[in-house]
Ligand binder design. Sequence first.
Ligand code: ZN
Ligand code: FE
Length: 255
Amino acid sequence: MTAQIETFECLADNFGFLVHDDKTGATAAIDAADAGAIRAALARTGWTLSHILVTHHHWDHTDGIIPLKDEFDVTVVGPRTEVTKITGLDKTISGGDQTSVGSLEFEVLETPGHTLGHVAYFEPESKSLFSGDALFSLGCGRMFEGTAAPMWQGLAALRELPDETMVYCGHEYSAANAAFALSIDPDNKALQKRASEITRLRSENKPTIPFNLGEDKRANPFLRADKSELATRMGLSASDPAAVFAAIRKAKDRF
Ligand code: ZN
Ligand code: FE
């Protein structure tokens, strides 16, 4: 395995990640919430920053870009449709593209809805998914831009990735997500199991990420919007998963 991943907490509840390619020494930060936290992670690991892969335009994912560009020789990669909203992009990508960090080839997946241009990055060799604010453990990002149907399709595409995939998301929201998920899917055994694991990790002050995608497929209501149990629970027909997804998203906003 050539990809090494360093995970750290920053700002109020953000996660930061460094992905390091052993073969070439290239190192990417996934998003740049906080330049200081990234600098500290680089000092800890001894790695040199070469890339920043940006998932979406929100300040808590981009504020570190310019200070890091001043300091390192970095290539900043981000979604083409958000080029006017993200200062400092050197290279733009969109769904279906690949973008390299040394010898690592990240696959770009379109995950619109939290923002319109939001993308996730999948590194197939280590089976690591960097999902930004699109997919969280037992949850998904708030829908700020766009509509439910493309957001549902983006999450359904993430669901196609292998079960062994480990997911690195942008925030520690797992405990609140678990409480909501249990309120609408109380009999789900996979969900109950994951929820108690989250309770244990948080009581020990440990992060709940990375998390296993296969387990999340069975436990996360937002990845189960096309299951009849969830449709029934929302009082809707299972034939329209986007409508069920929209109803679940709305219920979470009010929870
Ligand atoms: Zn965001
Ligand atoms: Fe965020």
